[in-house]
Design a protein around this ligand. Structure first.
Ligand SMILES: [Zn+2]
Ligand SMILES: [Zn+2]
Length: 337
């Protein structure tokens, strides 16, 4: 059944950001064992600076400059300022909505449900009433043609929950052509600074939900943001479907193209050991890595934020499985205010 959430959750756009709280996030408890260590345990960390050359700047869709910044722990330092358009250099965007219920998986994107990734092919659309055990779902006509938003106005309206029944049973897709003039600006500390306590991600939502941190989790090398969880319950509650493309991304008119899943499509940097590939940077400047290593295993020693450390990479995070509609759970480093 669909779990409807109150519209008070929704600010401006239900494809926008809502809070994801990380209840129980705690600091990484690094004890100094029996070594004679005079400095605090944090000084043991191998600190790796952000490598600006890893960002894909050649097609002009991403620019990186160095700017002074103040971090959440009060540190005055330098940050990389990353300005990104909705035009990733390393992959095409879309498709999202298939045209007809006979279409194969190549004509549509993906949907995330209960930790699983589903292809949004024609059959998925055809079977939504049984998939969600709700006969209101019927997103296609007698010819099997799927009702899909056609214009930028449709895209804007379907994202507004107050529009209501007019867009029920629409597959919502906002096209790259709607956001060609849009840029997003981010700042990431060049030298990450681990904190003694973690910070929950912030975001839109009712009072008390979400932490003080940024709502965005990190950046891929193509400048596309790893965003807060998509409010899939609200999307489904309005009897709409806003698929992600096979790269885990979709578009809204405010945020542009953004990811809700790391599916391995954006640039990955293979590691020389069997460690999982690097996929970007978290907003605190620590590295973001894929969920699984070369043998298909997830690290077993991740902290509450999904981070751990090793000699080669220092402290870093591993994103969650793509079906979880999430990446990491909190930040253990200072972030740019
Ligand atoms: Zn989204
Ligand atoms: Zn690791």
């Amino acid at each position: 059944m669909i779990n409807r959430i109150k519209y008070t959750f929704l600010v401006f756009s239900f494809f926008g950001l809502i809070a994801a709280s990380c209840g129980g996030c705690s600091s990484d408890d690094i004890s100094s064992e029996s070594d004679v260590v005079i400095d605090s345990s944090m000084d043991d960390l191998n600190v790796i600076n952000v490598d600006a050359s890893l960002f894909l700047t050649s097609n002009g869709s991403v620019t990186v400059t160095t700017v002074p910044c103040t971090l959440s722990d009060g540190t005055s330092t330098d940050c990389y300022q990353i300005v990104a358009t909705s035009n990733p250099a390393d992959h095409e965007m879309g498709p999202w909505c298939p045209d007809n219920i006979t279409d194969g998986a190549d004509k549509g994107g993906i949907w995330l449900e209960n930790g699983e990734v589903y292809d949004v092919d024609g059959a998925f659309i055809e079977n939504m009433a049984s998939f969600y055990n709700d006969s209101t779902w019927k997103m296609y006509d007698a010819n099997g043609d799927i009702y899909t938003t056609e214009t930028e106005d449709d895209c804007a309206n379907a994202a507004n929950p107050n529009v209501g029944v007019e867009y029920e049973n629409y597959c919502v897709e906002c096209l790259p052509s709607y956001v060609t003039d849009l840029t997003q600006t981010y700042q990431i500390p060049i030298t990450p600074i681990k904190q003694s306590t973690s910070t929950d991600f912030g975001g839109f939502g009712p009072p008390g939900v979400g932490g003080n941190g940024p709502s965005q989790r990190g950046l891929a090398f193509n400048g596309v943001v790893f965003d807060a969880p998509a409010p899939t319950d609200a999307i489904l509650g309005a009897y709409t479907l806003a698929p992600f493309d096979d790269a885990g991304g979709h578009i809204n008119l405010n945020a542009g193209y953004h990811y809700h899943a790391a599916t391995g499509v954006s640039t990955q940097i293979t590691q020389t050991d069997d460690h999982a590939a690097m996929i970007g940077y978290a907003m605190d400047g620590f590295g973001l890595y894929a969920q699984l290593d070369a043998d298909g295993n997830e690290p077993t020693d991740l902290d509450d934020c999904r981070g751990h450390e090793d000699d080669s990479r220092g402290y870093h995070y591993h994103v969650a499985a793509p079906g979880t509609n999430s990446f990491i759970n909190c930040l253990n480093g200072a972030y740019a205010n």
